[in-house]
Design a protein around this ligand. Sequence first.
Ligand SMILES: Nc1nc(=O)c2c([nH]1)NC[C@@H]1CN(c3ccc(C(=O)N[C@@H](CCC(=O)O)C(=O)O)cc3)C=[N+]21
Length: 307
Amino acid sequence: MTAAPPRATIIDGKAFAAGLVDRVAAASGRLEAAHGVKPGLAVVIVGEDPASQIYVRNKGETTQRAGMRSDTHRLSDNTSEAELLALIAALNADSGIHGILVQLPLPAHIDSAAVLAAIDPDKDVDGFHVVNVGRLSVGVPGMVPCTPLGCLMLLKAELGDLSGLNAVVVGRSNIVGKPMAQLLLGESCTVTIAHSRTRDLPSLFRTADILVAAVGRPEMIRGDWVKPGATVIDVGINRVPSRDPVKAAEGKTRVVGDVAFEEAAAVAGRITPVPGGVGPMTIACLLANTYTAACRAAGIEPEPLDA
Ligand SMILES: Nc1nc(=O)c2c([nH]1)NC[C@@H]1CN(c3ccc(C(=O)N[C@@H](CCC(=O)O)C(=O)O)cc3)C=[N+]21
């Protein structure tokens, strides 16, 4: 299929994220000035995965830009589970730290579920602890996972009221798909969670006013699967060989989403690009969650952070 010229509005997640970071910075500044509380985030990374190192560096830089404390704990690949749990216990007890993020995936010799369970739920800025999963499911205040929260903020900024819209979430991970579906249900969407066993994905997708793709398969979702005028949120970050065969042979890569962007942009009403869409919102929401956690720890109502 030759791609028609794009007709979709491209949702500038990078710009929206920058605005959110500015609002978090301003609110954190007021929290510190009025109450002497400086939000503090601890990021823990085990091992040397280069992609993880980049994310962790970006998070650290953005956190400091927002006027927050940012501690990065880099542990070697052969750190034991007991050592990691001891660090988490120390961070749980540290009143200057309001948010704890343990970068996933962890090395295979460490039980990730045990590590996530050890984090104080009120400091769990990733929202992965079962207590926060339960709070989201029941609809009481908790920590909401950053990527789906960022997607929801973009959707509400673009569409306003989401109630009654058909939303299809592709992907059923605990990190994105399931919490995304909960958030959309909370906005009174009619929500379907699709996955690798779903029958006839294209027909299902063509019913979606909102399509959230979080499958981790490069450019899987084609243009003719998209309902005309739909809003497409692409959570995928996939590295594929560079377009230039010479560069590809040298091992150079480029980043693409789960959606075939050019094709989908010719049909959709609005679409997020990759990069520059959901990714920057994930980091901005991490800071927002850290600010919220700091306010709650101090018994102060957080300021609203939406645009
Ligand atoms: N406990 C935990 N929490 C996480 O939130 C978490 C994690 N573990 N493990 C790794 C993944 C990955 N992740 C990203 C965040 C931002 C971008 C991001 O900002 N991406 C940019 C740049 C993309 C690029 O060029 O590589 C963009 O999409 O525009 C990407 C990836 C958070 N993760």
